[in-house]
Design a protein around this ligand. Structure first.
Ligand SMILES: Cc1cc2nc3c(=O)[nH]c(=O)nc-3n(C[C@H](O)[C@H](O)[C@H](O)COP(=O)(O)OP(=O)(O)OC[C@H]3O[C@@H](n4cnc5c(N)ncnc54)[C@H](O)[C@@H]3O)c2cc1C
Length: 526
């Protein structure tokens, strides 16, 4: 992973000429004065960790698994949101951990937590490092130091119960590794977020991730049937049956807890048979409203495709709906929907045919397999473009929310108006990214010319849009999580009593407050 941006450096995307022109002409984007810093120019704080603590950690996990070199610390500094990238590109490594610790087993994780709690050292669980909500930058105040607890050595497929279709996997597995291991048994998770190449299973569970095929395979939290969690107070074993009436479901307390309550060291996940056939195609709708109504009907009355998404007019025109063909369709092209069907050959085809009949009856025009296959080919490419856009002087960031169908038009307008109010005339694109019987998620991409202070410019816009989402009745996040960036809006969403409950849980599991301080829930005021 590129330390200052996204993905495999060999796949860095050149900005297509039409996009560069569009940026200059439409948004007034001009190249920034200062180039991005080189790795050795990133300024890190001196390591604050006392030598006896380092010695204890080395004793617990092995000397080679406690790293304090410049590059490892930079690579564990924050996540991959646009503000994170703007900071690191400017050479600001002030949130770097003092050390990166790589435990190799559940017991080693417990030992690390014990040592850190005893010495008041903050611990940030670190999976793939792809958080986009400030989930990986610990608040250092009051701590003797900060360590990143990197779970990448916990990377085994532990067992497959083919009869129950449940696999036990360790949290440090990146999604492609997990899929390869499961494919050996004829299974898939079916979890394909845009961060697929780098994000880990533990991160998916901790941040309640949702993949692009969620209509068919469900969200990641739907897949978790059990887990093992290491906390400073000991081990939690959760989930012994597919469903249970034995009180509140404590799995739900850990899902979405973003490393603030414990470290997930093992996951029991529901798996599906690997599909024998995949069919993707494109549909055009005259307007976003009409397309959204069609998606709602499919989500409510079926048949439900495995992939179902709809770009608004702007996203369709710019071409982000098919990132490997960026440059766009002609204006007035309406809205592009992508549908995908995965399953057994006969079953996938039958579902496609029934859904196609419904979509045609709801005003859609079938564009054939091309747009769908092009989307599938380019589905992981868009993040590579962000680095080129940042380098060219544009700020590009994404944000997402979800709401009930009846609230969706208001939510769509509120987000766009808020971004326009804060940023002047940005390019705001949107797609319906995940659908349910009762509502859907809206995913926005914003592009604007960088001001002299791009961080301050985005922070002001983000604060305003968070408030607009809450006021319009949406959730502050459908799948990115809370971290620090959404903490206040999340508190507004759940109210004071809700925040007290979270603090109570944290106090019980993590009495010294060392786990990812500042993420998810603010400490109680003194
Ligand atoms: C380009 C890009 C595209 C993205 N696309 C999507 C998308 O399509 N869908 C989606 O849902 N998200 C997406 N994301 C967001 C991100 O990938 C997800 O939030 C993902 O779940 C994070 O996984 P990770 O392994 O990188 O976790 P990290 O970023 O390392 O950690 C995320 C949070 O979980 C905690 N954590 C990590 N591992 C553990 C563990 N084992 N135990 C306890 N806590 C842990 C961390 O402390 C942190 O608070 C995208 C991000 C980027 C940069």
């Amino acid at each position: 992973m590129l330390w200052s941006g996204w993905g495999d450096p060999a796949r860095a995307a050149e900005l297509p000429e039409p996009v560069r022109r569009l940026l200059g002409d439409l948004l007034g984007v001009r190249a920034p004065d200062t180039p991005a810093a080189a790795l050795d120019e990133v300024r890190l704080p001196g390591t604050a960790l006392p030598a006896p603590v380092v010695a204890e950690l080395e004793e617990a996990v092995g000397a080679g698994h406690v790293r304090r070199d410049h590059e490892t610390r930079v690579r564990h500094t924050r996540g991959k949101s646009t503000p994170d990238l703007l900071r690191i590109r400017a050479g600001d490594g002030s949130d770097a951990p003092d050390a990166v610790v790589l435990p190799g087993s559940h017991d080693e994780v417990l030992a690390v937590l014990r040592i850190c709690a005893a010495h008041r050292v903050a611990v940030v669980p670190f999976g793939g490092g792809t958080s986009v909500v400030g989930g990986l930058a610990a608040d250092r105040r009051g701590f003797a130091g900060v360590v990143a607890l990197d779970v990448s050595r916990l990377n085994r497929l532990v067992s497959v119960d083919a009869e129950s279709m449940v696999a036990e996997l360790e949290p440090g597995l990146r999604a492609p590794q997990a899929e390869r291991l499961l494919a050996g048994h004829g299974f898939t998770l079916g979890h394909f977020p845009q961060s697929f190449e780098y994000a880990t299973l533990g991160g998916f569970a901790a941040a309640r991730s949702s993949g692009q095929a969620s209509a068919g395979y469900g969200r990641f939290d739907d897949m978790v049937v059990g887990m093992t969690v290491a906390t400073p107070r000991g081990t939690l074993e959760l989930g012994r049956a597919p469903k249970s009436a034995a009180g509140p479901d404590l799995r739900q307390v850990i899902l979405g807890s973003e490393g603030a309550f414990g470290v997930i060291t093992s996951l029991r996940l529901r798996v599906r048979r690997a599909p024998a056939e995949r069919l993707y195609e494109g549909w055009r709708f005259p307007s976003f409203a009409q397309g959204t109504a069609a998606l709602r009907r499919l989500a409510q009355d079926g048949p439900v495709p495995t992939v179902l998404r709809l770009s608004d007019e702007t996203e369709t025109m710019v071409g982000l709906a098919r990132p490997d063909e960026l440059g766009g369709l002609a204006a007035g092209a309406g809205c592009l929907a992508v549908t995908g069907y995965e399953g057994e050959p006969g079953e996938a085809r039958a579902r496609r045919d029934a859904a196609a009949e419904m979509l045609a009856g709801l005003g859609g025009t079938c564009l054939g397999p091309d747009p769908g296959e092009s989307w599938a080919r380019g589905r992981y490419s868009a993040p590579y473009l962000r680095d080129s856009l940042l380098g060219a002087g544009a700020t590009v960031e994404t944000l997402e929310t979800a709401g009930f169908w009846s609230a969706l038009p208001g939510l769509y307008d509120a987000v766009r108006l808020s971004l326009q109010g804060s940023l002047g005339s940005p390019l705001v694109m949107c797609h319906v990214s995940h659908v349910y019987g009762t509502g859907a998620s809206l995913y926005f991409t914003v592009v604007t010319a960088q001001s002299a202070d791009p961080l301050g410019q985005w922070e002001a816009a983000k604060k305003a849009v968070n408030e607009a989402i809450v006021a319009a009745g949406g959730t502050i996040s459908h799948h990115h999580g809370v971290g620090r960036d959404h903490r206040d809006a999340y508190a507004a969403e759940i109210g004071e009593l809700g925040v007290e409950i979270l603090r109570g849980i944290k106090d019980r599991l993590d009495p010294d407050g060392v786990l990812n301080p500042g993420a998810l829930v603010a400490p109680a005021p003194d």
